[in-house]
Design a protein around this ligand. Structure first.
Ligand code: SF4
Length: 464
Protein backbone atom coordinates (compact mmCIF):
# COMPACT_ATOMS: atom_id res chain seq x y z
CA UNK A 1 0.00 0.00 0.00
CA UNK A 2 2.76 2.42 1.03
CA UNK A 3 4.59 1.51 -2.17
CA UNK A 4 1.55 2.33 -4.29
CA UNK A 5 1.10 5.68 -2.57
CA UNK A 6 4.76 6.56 -3.03
CA UNK A 7 4.57 5.60 -6.71
CA UNK A 8 1.67 7.98 -7.14
CA UNK A 9 3.22 11.07 -5.57
CA UNK A 10 6.97 10.78 -6.16
CA UNK A 11 9.20 9.75 -9.06
CA UNK A 12 10.42 6.29 -8.08
CA UNK A 13 13.99 7.35 -8.79
CA UNK A 14 13.92 9.64 -5.73
CA UNK A 15 13.46 6.83 -3.24
CA UNK A 16 14.57 3.71 -5.06
CA UNK A 17 17.79 3.05 -6.90
CA UNK A 18 16.57 0.29 -9.20
CA UNK A 19 14.98 2.27 -12.02
CA UNK A 20 16.25 1.95 -15.56
CA UNK A 21 16.76 5.71 -15.76
CA UNK A 22 20.51 5.95 -15.18
CA UNK A 23 21.33 3.24 -17.72
CA UNK A 24 19.02 4.60 -20.41
CA UNK A 25 19.95 8.24 -19.82
CA UNK A 26 23.62 7.42 -20.28
CA UNK A 27 22.89 5.54 -23.47
CA UNK A 28 20.59 8.26 -24.78
CA UNK A 29 23.30 10.87 -24.21
CA UNK A 30 25.85 8.71 -26.06
CA UNK A 31 23.43 8.18 -28.93
CA UNK A 32 22.85 11.92 -29.22
CA UNK A 33 26.52 12.22 -30.02
CA UNK A 34 26.46 9.53 -32.72
CA UNK A 35 25.19 10.65 -36.09
CA UNK A 36 26.51 7.56 -37.81
CA UNK A 37 24.35 4.49 -37.61
CA UNK A 38 27.29 2.15 -37.04
CA UNK A 39 28.40 4.20 -33.97
CA UNK A 40 24.89 4.07 -32.57
CA UNK A 41 24.76 0.30 -33.04
CA UNK A 42 28.11 -0.17 -31.26
CA UNK A 43 26.76 1.73 -28.26
CA UNK A 44 23.53 -0.23 -28.28
CA UNK A 45 25.41 -3.54 -28.38
CA UNK A 46 27.43 -2.63 -25.33
CA UNK A 47 24.31 -1.44 -23.44
CA UNK A 48 22.34 -4.61 -24.16
CA UNK A 49 23.70 -6.98 -21.49
CA UNK A 50 23.82 -4.48 -18.59
CA UNK A 51 20.21 -3.47 -19.26
CA UNK A 52 19.15 -7.10 -19.52
CA UNK A 53 20.80 -7.89 -16.17
CA UNK A 54 19.03 -4.95 -14.54
CA UNK A 55 15.66 -6.12 -15.85
CA UNK A 56 16.37 -9.71 -14.90
CA UNK A 57 16.03 -8.76 -11.19
CA UNK A 58 12.34 -8.15 -11.84
CA UNK A 59 11.32 -10.35 -14.78
CA UNK A 60 11.82 -13.81 -16.20
CA UNK A 61 14.44 -14.31 -18.88
CA UNK A 62 12.20 -13.97 -21.96
CA UNK A 63 10.49 -10.85 -20.62
CA UNK A 64 13.83 -9.26 -19.74
CA UNK A 65 15.16 -9.96 -23.23
CA UNK A 66 11.99 -8.64 -24.89
CA UNK A 67 11.92 -5.47 -22.76
CA UNK A 68 15.62 -4.82 -23.40
CA UNK A 69 15.08 -5.09 -27.15
CA UNK A 70 12.00 -2.88 -27.12
CA UNK A 71 13.62 -0.11 -25.05
CA UNK A 72 16.84 -0.12 -27.10
CA UNK A 73 14.93 -0.18 -30.37
CA UNK A 74 13.03 2.96 -29.33
CA UNK A 75 16.29 4.79 -28.54
CA UNK A 76 17.76 3.69 -31.86
CA UNK A 77 14.65 4.78 -33.77
CA UNK A 78 14.83 8.18 -32.02
CA UNK A 79 18.48 8.51 -32.97
CA UNK A 80 17.86 7.65 -36.59
CA UNK A 81 14.88 9.99 -36.70
CA UNK A 82 17.03 12.86 -35.38
CA UNK A 83 19.79 12.11 -37.89
CA UNK A 84 17.21 11.64 -40.70
CA UNK A 85 18.74 8.32 -41.70
CA UNK A 86 17.04 6.82 -44.71
CA UNK A 87 18.01 3.17 -44.22
CA UNK A 88 17.04 2.11 -40.72
CA UNK A 89 18.58 -0.41 -38.40
CA UNK A 90 15.70 0.32 -36.02
CA UNK A 91 12.45 -1.58 -36.43
CA UNK A 92 8.98 -0.04 -36.24
CA UNK A 93 7.94 0.70 -32.65
CA UNK A 94 4.30 -0.05 -33.50
CA UNK A 95 2.38 -2.00 -36.12
CA UNK A 96 -1.02 -1.28 -37.64
CA UNK A 97 -2.50 -4.43 -39.15
CA UNK A 98 -5.84 -5.21 -40.79
CA UNK A 99 -7.01 -8.75 -39.91
CA UNK A 100 -9.65 -8.29 -42.61
CA UNK A 101 -9.82 -5.80 -45.45
CA UNK A 102 -13.60 -6.16 -45.61
CA UNK A 103 -16.28 -4.20 -43.79
CA UNK A 104 -20.04 -4.71 -43.61
CA UNK A 105 -20.66 -0.98 -43.14
CA UNK A 106 -20.40 1.82 -45.71
CA UNK A 107 -19.50 4.94 -43.71
CA UNK A 108 -18.89 8.14 -45.71
CA UNK A 109 -15.26 9.05 -46.29
CA UNK A 110 -14.06 5.47 -45.87
CA UNK A 111 -12.67 3.13 -48.52
CA UNK A 112 -15.90 1.15 -47.94
CA UNK A 113 -18.21 4.15 -48.43
CA UNK A 114 -21.57 3.16 -49.92
CA UNK A 115 -21.89 6.53 -51.71
CA UNK A 116 -22.38 6.33 -55.49
CA UNK A 117 -19.05 6.02 -57.29
CA UNK A 118 -17.10 5.63 -54.06
CA UNK A 119 -15.58 2.29 -55.01
CA UNK A 120 -13.57 4.08 -57.75
CA UNK A 121 -11.91 6.46 -55.31
CA UNK A 122 -9.64 4.02 -53.53
CA UNK A 123 -7.59 0.97 -54.36
CA UNK A 124 -8.68 -1.43 -51.66
CA UNK A 125 -8.89 -5.17 -52.44
CA UNK A 126 -10.85 -7.60 -50.30
CA UNK A 127 -8.88 -10.14 -48.30
CA UNK A 128 -8.45 -11.90 -44.97
CA UNK A 129 -5.13 -11.98 -43.17
CA UNK A 130 -3.51 -15.43 -43.22
CA UNK A 131 -2.13 -16.53 -39.86
CA UNK A 132 1.15 -17.53 -41.52
CA UNK A 133 1.66 -14.00 -42.85
CA UNK A 134 1.01 -12.49 -39.44
CA UNK A 135 3.34 -14.98 -37.75
CA UNK A 136 6.07 -13.98 -40.21
CA UNK A 137 5.46 -10.29 -39.48
CA UNK A 138 5.69 -10.96 -35.74
CA UNK A 139 8.84 -13.01 -36.17
CA UNK A 140 10.43 -10.03 -37.90
CA UNK A 141 9.15 -7.15 -35.77
CA UNK A 142 7.42 -8.64 -32.69
CA UNK A 143 10.50 -8.81 -30.41
CA UNK A 144 11.19 -5.07 -30.82
CA UNK A 145 7.71 -3.54 -31.20
CA UNK A 146 5.63 -2.46 -28.20
CA UNK A 147 2.12 -2.62 -29.65
CA UNK A 148 -0.07 -3.68 -32.51
CA UNK A 149 -3.28 -1.93 -33.50
CA UNK A 150 -5.59 -4.36 -35.26
CA UNK A 151 -7.51 -2.08 -37.59
CA UNK A 152 -6.84 0.27 -40.43
CA UNK A 153 -9.82 0.26 -42.81
CA UNK A 154 -11.28 -3.24 -42.34
CA UNK A 155 -13.56 -4.63 -39.62
CA UNK A 156 -11.20 -6.86 -37.61
CA UNK A 157 -13.96 -9.05 -36.17
CA UNK A 158 -14.92 -10.29 -39.65
CA UNK A 159 -11.81 -12.46 -39.45
CA UNK A 160 -12.82 -15.31 -37.10
CA UNK A 161 -9.14 -15.93 -36.44
CA UNK A 162 -8.49 -12.48 -34.95
CA UNK A 163 -8.31 -13.79 -31.34
CA UNK A 164 -5.48 -16.11 -32.45
CA UNK A 165 -3.66 -13.18 -34.06
CA UNK A 166 -3.98 -11.26 -30.80
CA UNK A 167 -2.58 -14.21 -28.87
CA UNK A 168 0.42 -14.36 -31.21
CA UNK A 169 1.10 -10.65 -30.63
CA UNK A 170 0.86 -11.19 -26.87
CA UNK A 171 3.46 -13.95 -27.09
CA UNK A 172 5.97 -11.23 -28.06
CA UNK A 173 5.05 -9.18 -25.00
CA UNK A 174 3.22 -6.56 -27.05
CA UNK A 175 0.09 -4.65 -26.22
CA UNK A 176 -2.80 -5.49 -28.53
CA UNK A 177 -5.52 -3.00 -29.40
CA UNK A 178 -8.44 -3.24 -31.76
CA UNK A 179 -11.10 -0.92 -33.18
CA UNK A 180 -14.52 -2.24 -34.19
CA UNK A 181 -18.10 -1.17 -34.91
CA UNK A 182 -19.18 -4.33 -33.05
CA UNK A 183 -22.08 -4.52 -35.49
CA UNK A 184 -21.20 -8.13 -36.32
CA UNK A 185 -23.49 -11.17 -36.24
CA UNK A 186 -20.91 -13.80 -35.42
CA UNK A 187 -19.04 -12.62 -32.37
CA UNK A 188 -17.25 -14.91 -29.95
CA UNK A 189 -17.05 -12.77 -26.80
CA UNK A 190 -15.21 -15.43 -24.75
CA UNK A 191 -12.51 -15.89 -27.41
CA UNK A 192 -12.09 -12.13 -27.58
CA UNK A 193 -11.56 -11.85 -23.80
CA UNK A 194 -9.42 -14.97 -23.62
CA UNK A 195 -7.11 -13.76 -26.42
CA UNK A 196 -5.48 -11.24 -24.06
CA UNK A 197 -6.63 -8.20 -26.06
CA UNK A 198 -5.71 -5.15 -23.97
CA UNK A 199 -7.88 -2.39 -25.40
CA UNK A 200 -10.95 -2.23 -27.61
CA UNK A 201 -12.33 0.88 -29.29
CA UNK A 202 -16.08 0.67 -29.93
CA UNK A 203 -17.11 3.09 -32.68
CA UNK A 204 -20.72 4.04 -31.87
CA UNK A 205 -22.00 7.39 -33.05
CA UNK A 206 -25.48 7.58 -31.55
CA UNK A 207 -28.04 5.84 -29.34
CA UNK A 208 -31.03 5.65 -31.69
CA UNK A 209 -30.90 3.62 -34.88
CA UNK A 210 -31.97 6.54 -37.09
CA UNK A 211 -29.20 8.82 -35.83
CA UNK A 212 -26.56 6.09 -35.59
CA UNK A 213 -26.98 4.90 -39.17
CA UNK A 214 -26.66 8.39 -40.65
CA UNK A 215 -22.90 7.81 -40.41
CA UNK A 216 -22.58 4.07 -39.63
CA UNK A 217 -24.46 3.09 -42.78
CA UNK A 218 -25.57 -0.53 -42.57
CA UNK A 219 -24.82 -0.81 -38.83
CA UNK A 220 -27.36 -2.25 -36.40
CA UNK A 221 -27.40 -0.62 -33.01
CA UNK A 222 -29.35 -3.42 -31.23
CA UNK A 223 -26.69 -5.85 -32.31
CA UNK A 224 -23.91 -3.54 -31.08
CA UNK A 225 -25.50 -3.21 -27.63
CA UNK A 226 -26.13 -6.94 -27.43
CA UNK A 227 -22.48 -7.65 -28.26
CA UNK A 228 -21.29 -5.18 -25.59
CA UNK A 229 -23.46 -6.99 -23.01
CA UNK A 230 -21.97 -10.33 -24.06
CA UNK A 231 -18.46 -8.95 -23.87
CA UNK A 232 -18.91 -7.40 -20.43
CA UNK A 233 -20.58 -10.59 -19.21
CA UNK A 234 -17.75 -12.77 -20.58
CA UNK A 235 -15.18 -10.58 -18.88
CA UNK A 236 -17.02 -10.83 -15.55
CA UNK A 237 -17.48 -14.61 -15.79
CA UNK A 238 -13.85 -15.13 -16.70
CA UNK A 239 -12.61 -12.85 -13.90
CA UNK A 240 -10.82 -10.49 -16.29
CA UNK A 241 -10.65 -6.71 -16.66
CA UNK A 242 -9.46 -6.66 -20.25
CA UNK A 243 -10.09 -5.72 -22.93
CA UNK A 244 -10.59 -2.21 -21.59
CA UNK A 245 -13.65 -0.96 -23.50
CA UNK A 246 -13.70 2.56 -24.89
CA UNK A 247 -16.91 3.87 -26.50
CA UNK A 248 -15.72 6.40 -29.09
CA UNK A 249 -18.35 8.75 -30.43
CA UNK A 250 -17.53 10.89 -33.47
CA UNK A 251 -19.27 14.20 -32.79
CA UNK A 252 -21.32 15.34 -35.80
CA UNK A 253 -24.03 17.96 -36.01
CA UNK A 254 -26.64 15.23 -36.48
CA UNK A 255 -25.74 13.25 -33.32
CA UNK A 256 -24.46 15.87 -30.89
CA UNK A 257 -27.81 15.96 -29.00
CA UNK A 258 -27.43 12.25 -28.20
CA UNK A 259 -24.08 12.59 -26.42
CA UNK A 260 -25.54 12.83 -22.86
CA UNK A 261 -27.72 9.73 -23.40
CA UNK A 262 -24.80 7.88 -25.03
CA UNK A 263 -22.72 8.55 -21.92
CA UNK A 264 -25.50 7.20 -19.68
CA UNK A 265 -25.86 4.15 -21.92
CA UNK A 266 -22.11 3.49 -21.82
CA UNK A 267 -22.24 3.55 -18.03
CA UNK A 268 -25.25 1.22 -17.93
CA UNK A 269 -23.62 -1.27 -20.29
CA UNK A 270 -20.41 -1.49 -18.24
CA UNK A 271 -18.09 0.23 -20.72
CA UNK A 272 -14.87 1.53 -19.12
CA UNK A 273 -14.47 4.89 -20.82
CA UNK A 274 -16.43 7.23 -23.04
CA UNK A 275 -14.71 9.49 -25.55
CA UNK A 276 -16.10 12.31 -27.63
CA UNK A 277 -13.89 12.47 -30.70
CA UNK A 278 -13.44 15.15 -33.33
CA UNK A 279 -14.16 13.49 -36.69
CA UNK A 280 -12.38 13.91 -40.01
CA UNK A 281 -14.31 16.05 -42.41
CA UNK A 282 -16.22 13.69 -44.73
CA UNK A 283 -18.55 16.29 -46.23
CA UNK A 284 -16.70 15.84 -49.54
CA UNK A 285 -18.35 12.40 -49.63
CA UNK A 286 -21.67 13.21 -47.94
CA UNK A 287 -22.40 16.95 -47.58
CA UNK A 288 -25.11 16.17 -44.98
CA UNK A 289 -22.51 14.87 -42.53
CA UNK A 290 -20.88 17.85 -40.81
CA UNK A 291 -18.56 17.86 -37.79
CA UNK A 292 -19.96 19.42 -34.61
CA UNK A 293 -18.16 22.09 -32.67
CA UNK A 294 -17.70 20.04 -29.53
CA UNK A 295 -14.62 19.80 -27.39
CA UNK A 296 -13.09 16.30 -27.47
CA UNK A 297 -13.12 14.70 -24.03
CA UNK A 298 -12.77 11.43 -22.24
CA UNK A 299 -14.84 10.26 -19.28
CA UNK A 300 -13.47 7.37 -17.25
CA UNK A 301 -16.36 5.22 -16.06
CA UNK A 302 -14.48 2.46 -14.26
CA UNK A 303 -11.15 2.29 -12.49
CA UNK A 304 -8.75 -0.55 -13.21
CA UNK A 305 -5.73 -0.77 -10.90
CA UNK A 306 -2.40 -0.64 -12.68
CA UNK A 307 -1.28 -3.91 -11.11
CA UNK A 308 -4.21 -5.74 -12.77
CA UNK A 309 -3.50 -4.23 -16.18
CA UNK A 310 0.15 -5.13 -15.64
CA UNK A 311 -0.91 -8.72 -15.15
CA UNK A 312 -2.42 -8.73 -18.62
CA UNK A 313 0.89 -8.16 -20.30
CA UNK A 314 3.17 -9.86 -17.81
CA UNK A 315 4.77 -13.23 -18.02
CA UNK A 316 2.12 -14.81 -15.83
CA UNK A 317 -0.82 -14.13 -18.13
CA UNK A 318 0.37 -15.29 -21.55
CA UNK A 319 2.95 -17.68 -22.80
CA UNK A 320 5.79 -15.78 -24.35
CA UNK A 321 7.49 -17.16 -27.43
CA UNK A 322 10.75 -17.52 -25.53
CA UNK A 323 12.58 -19.14 -28.43
CA UNK A 324 11.86 -16.35 -30.94
CA UNK A 325 12.63 -13.69 -28.35
CA UNK A 326 15.93 -15.35 -27.41
CA UNK A 327 16.93 -15.64 -31.08
CA UNK A 328 16.19 -11.94 -31.65
CA UNK A 329 18.06 -11.01 -28.48
CA UNK A 330 21.19 -12.89 -29.50
CA UNK A 331 21.20 -11.48 -33.00
CA UNK A 332 23.29 -8.33 -33.55
CA UNK A 333 21.63 -5.32 -35.19
CA UNK A 334 21.86 -5.14 -38.99
CA UNK A 335 24.34 -2.53 -40.15
CA UNK A 336 22.95 -0.63 -43.13
CA UNK A 337 25.71 0.13 -45.60
CA UNK A 338 23.92 2.83 -47.53
CA UNK A 339 25.30 6.33 -47.28
CA UNK A 340 23.45 8.21 -44.60
CA UNK A 341 21.73 11.53 -45.04
CA UNK A 342 22.60 14.28 -42.60
CA UNK A 343 19.74 15.97 -40.75
CA UNK A 344 19.03 19.33 -42.28
CA UNK A 345 15.27 19.53 -42.35
CA UNK A 346 13.50 20.74 -39.22
CA UNK A 347 10.65 18.38 -39.85
CA UNK A 348 10.27 14.75 -40.86
CA UNK A 349 7.26 12.49 -41.05
CA UNK A 350 7.06 10.44 -37.84
CA UNK A 351 5.19 7.62 -39.56
CA UNK A 352 8.26 6.77 -41.59
CA UNK A 353 10.30 6.13 -38.44
CA UNK A 354 7.80 4.81 -35.92
CA UNK A 355 5.02 2.67 -37.41
CA UNK A 356 4.45 0.19 -40.19
CA UNK A 357 1.01 -0.43 -41.70
CA UNK A 358 0.02 -3.71 -43.36
CA UNK A 359 -3.37 -4.68 -44.75
CA UNK A 360 -4.83 -8.19 -44.82
CA UNK A 361 -3.36 -8.95 -48.24
CA UNK A 362 0.19 -8.09 -47.15
CA UNK A 363 0.35 -4.66 -48.77
CA UNK A 364 2.65 -2.44 -46.74
CA UNK A 365 1.87 1.24 -46.46
CA UNK A 366 3.85 3.91 -44.63
CA UNK A 367 0.87 5.40 -42.81
CA UNK A 368 -2.90 5.20 -42.42
CA UNK A 369 -3.69 7.21 -45.56
CA UNK A 370 -5.67 5.09 -48.03
CA UNK A 371 -4.13 4.12 -51.38
CA UNK A 372 -6.02 5.61 -54.34
CA UNK A 373 -5.51 5.67 -58.12
CA UNK A 374 -3.80 9.06 -57.67
CA UNK A 375 -1.80 8.13 -54.54
CA UNK A 376 0.19 4.94 -54.75
CA UNK A 377 0.78 4.39 -51.07
CA UNK A 378 1.64 0.72 -51.40
CA UNK A 379 5.36 0.74 -50.61
CA UNK A 380 6.00 -3.02 -50.45
CA UNK A 381 4.47 -6.47 -50.21
CA UNK A 382 5.13 -8.53 -47.10
CA UNK A 383 5.15 -12.32 -47.46
CA UNK A 384 7.94 -13.84 -45.40
CA UNK A 385 9.98 -12.97 -42.33
CA UNK A 386 13.06 -12.43 -44.52
CA UNK A 387 11.44 -9.37 -46.17
CA UNK A 388 12.20 -6.00 -44.61
CA UNK A 389 9.42 -3.73 -45.85
CA UNK A 390 10.39 -0.99 -43.37
CA UNK A 391 13.41 -0.36 -45.60
CA UNK A 392 11.66 -0.75 -48.95
CA UNK A 393 13.10 1.49 -51.69
CA UNK A 394 10.01 3.70 -51.43
CA UNK A 395 10.38 4.04 -47.66
CA UNK A 396 13.97 5.13 -48.15
CA UNK A 397 13.04 7.59 -50.91
CA UNK A 398 10.30 9.00 -48.71
CA UNK A 399 12.71 9.46 -45.77
CA UNK A 400 15.19 11.14 -48.10
CA UNK A 401 12.58 13.79 -48.84
CA UNK A 402 13.03 15.11 -45.32
CA UNK A 403 16.80 15.09 -45.32
CA UNK A 404 17.18 18.15 -47.51
CA UNK A 405 17.38 21.83 -46.56
CA UNK A 406 14.56 23.11 -44.37
CA UNK A 407 11.46 24.57 -45.94
CA UNK A 408 10.39 26.89 -43.19
CA UNK A 409 7.31 28.02 -45.07
CA UNK A 410 5.50 24.74 -44.53
CA UNK A 411 6.89 22.38 -41.94
CA UNK A 412 4.47 19.65 -42.84
CA UNK A 413 5.70 19.31 -46.37
CA UNK A 414 8.65 17.38 -47.59
CA UNK A 415 11.71 19.54 -48.07
CA UNK A 416 12.78 18.62 -51.56
CA UNK A 417 11.03 17.43 -54.71
CA UNK A 418 10.87 13.73 -55.44
CA UNK A 419 9.46 11.31 -57.93
CA UNK A 420 5.95 12.50 -58.74
CA UNK A 421 4.39 9.17 -57.84
CA UNK A 422 5.67 9.34 -54.25
CA UNK A 423 2.67 10.69 -52.30
CA UNK A 424 4.85 11.90 -49.41
CA UNK A 425 6.13 14.70 -51.65
CA UNK A 426 2.73 16.40 -51.66
CA UNK A 427 1.31 15.06 -48.42
CA UNK A 428 -0.95 17.24 -46.32
CA UNK A 429 -1.62 14.76 -43.53
CA UNK A 430 -0.66 15.34 -39.93
CA UNK A 431 2.80 13.79 -40.05
CA UNK A 432 3.42 13.93 -36.31
CA UNK A 433 0.47 11.95 -34.95
CA UNK A 434 1.03 8.24 -35.43
CA UNK A 435 -1.19 5.40 -34.23
CA UNK A 436 1.42 3.97 -31.88
CA UNK A 437 3.39 6.91 -30.60
CA UNK A 438 4.57 8.46 -27.36
CA UNK A 439 1.30 7.96 -25.47
CA UNK A 440 1.23 4.24 -26.28
CA UNK A 441 4.94 3.81 -25.45
CA UNK A 442 4.38 5.53 -22.12
CA UNK A 443 1.38 3.31 -21.35
CA UNK A 444 3.30 0.17 -22.29
CA UNK A 445 6.20 0.79 -19.93
CA UNK A 446 4.04 2.22 -17.13
CA UNK A 447 1.88 -0.89 -17.17
CA UNK A 448 4.97 -3.09 -17.39
CA UNK A 449 6.57 -1.73 -14.21
CA UNK A 450 6.04 1.87 -13.03
CA UNK A 451 9.04 1.68 -10.68
CA UNK A 452 11.65 0.34 -13.04
CA UNK A 453 10.25 2.52 -15.81
CA UNK A 454 9.51 5.57 -13.70
CA UNK A 455 8.35 8.89 -15.12
CA UNK A 456 11.81 10.18 -16.03
CA UNK A 457 12.70 6.91 -17.72
CA UNK A 458 9.51 6.99 -19.74
CA UNK A 459 10.21 10.58 -20.75
CA UNK A 460 13.48 9.41 -22.26
CA UNK A 461 11.60 6.84 -24.31
CA UNK A 462 8.80 9.10 -25.43
CA UNK A 463 10.46 12.44 -26.19
CA UNK A 464 11.31 12.52 -29.89
S1 SF4 B 1 4.61 11.94 -45.58
FE1 SF4 B 1 2.35 11.73 -45.58
S2 SF4 B 1 1.91 10.09 -47.08
FE2 SF4 B 1 4.09 9.93 -46.49
S3 SF4 B 1 4.12 8.51 -44.79
FE3 SF4 B 1 4.01 10.55 -43.92
S4 SF4 B 1 1.82 10.90 -43.58
FE4 SF4 B 1 1.99 9.19 -45.02
Amino acid sequence: MMQTLLDRVLPASLYRSDTAHAALRRLDAELRGSNRCSDAIDRLQSAKDPLFRLLRHRFDEASSQALTLKALNILLAKTQFRARHTHLAANPVGLVVDPSNMCQLGCPGCVHSSSPGASERFVWPNGTLAESRFRALMERYGPTAVAVYFCDYGEPLLNRNTPTLVRIAKSYRMQAMLSTSLSVRQFDAEACVDSGLDFMVLSIDGVTQAVYERFRRGGQLDLVFENIRRLVDARRRMGRVTPVLSWNLLAFQHNVHEIPEALRMARRLGVDQFRVVEPFDVSWDDPAIQPAEVKPRVVHLTWTPLRILRGNQGETAYTLDAEQIRRAFEQPWDRPTEQEAAAQSDHACHWLYRNLVMDATGRVMPCCAAPSPANNLVFAQFDTATDDPFNSPRHRQARALFAGPPDRGDMHRAAQPASPDLPCASCEWDQTKVNIGSREIDRYFRQTDPILFDKRTRQLLTSW
